[in-house]
Design a protein around this ligand. Structure first.
Ligand code: SIN
Ligand code: FE2
Length: 216
């Protein structure tokens, strides 16, 4: 019955400090989830999800797109933010006001004021997709936090320390959950374990994670 279980958002989980400056806010955006998903549809029509190639030449298992003034991309030339979608040569779709509002609410809740993200990276995980432990360090602004919102099926999120070998905490991110990390934990290693197959009532067999980044 694991499948059915995933569909029911468990709103009774406590807010959790993952490290100093890092907070998980269970179900924080649950009541806006359907609106977020509706906003994603035209964005992903204009800038479709695609599997980027790492600088080392590997195809990422997570499919990505962006909205906002800047988008994160990867290719043989490296990781970077850019104004144009390399697929279309056009600007990324605008970031919906709802997205900015939610990102700022999450940041504020964790004590990060004046969060002004220019980029929203959209990650699609299908069963089996994973994201290896990494640091988010392509942003020029090193003081703004990262804000993450999760939708769809559950994921096991790993949150470690400032070196790759630091011990990691593992937590299940569910539909409607928010995570924010900044300040002393801004450069903590984090990742996502291979997604277990499951089905969500709104999104089907996928997880969508959106992260907000203040690049400058
Ligand atoms: C990321 O690190 O960019 C994504 C994290 C997540 O999918 O929860
Ligand atoms: Fe990341």
């Amino acid at each position: 019955m694991a499948d059915l279980f995933d569909q029911m958002a468990d709103t009774n989980r406590d807010k959790q400090e993952l490290a100093r400056g890092a907070l998980c806010l269970p179900a924080f955006v649950l009541d806006r989830a359907e609106e977020v998903i509706a906003e994603l549809e035209p964005i992903l029509t204009q800038a479709p999800l695609r599997h980027l190639i790492t600088p080392g030449g590997h195809k990422m298992s997570v499919a990505m797109s962006n909205c906002g003034e800047l988008g994160w991309v990867s290719d043989r030339g490296g990781y970077r933010y850019q104004e144009l979608d390399p697929l279309s040569g056009q600007a990324w779709p605008a970031m919906p006001k709802l997205f900015l509002d939610l990102a700022q609410q999450v940041a504020q809740e964790a004590g990060y004021k004046r969060f002004q993200p220019q980029a929203c990276l959209i990650n699609q995980y299908l069963p089996g997709s994973k994201m290896s432990l990494h640091q988010d360090k392509d942003e020029n602004n090193k003081s703004a936090p990262i804000v993450s919102l999760s939708f769809g099926i559950n994921a096991e999120f790993l949150f470690g320390g400032l070196s790759r070998g630091s011990p990691t905490k593992r937590l299940t991110l569910q539909h409607g959950d928010a995570v924010v990390w900044g300040g002393p934990s801004r450069f903590c290693f984090h990742g996502v374990q291979p997604l277990k197959d499951s089905e969500h009532s709104l999104l089907g067999r996928q997880r969508i994670n959106i992260t907000f980044r203040q690049v400058y």
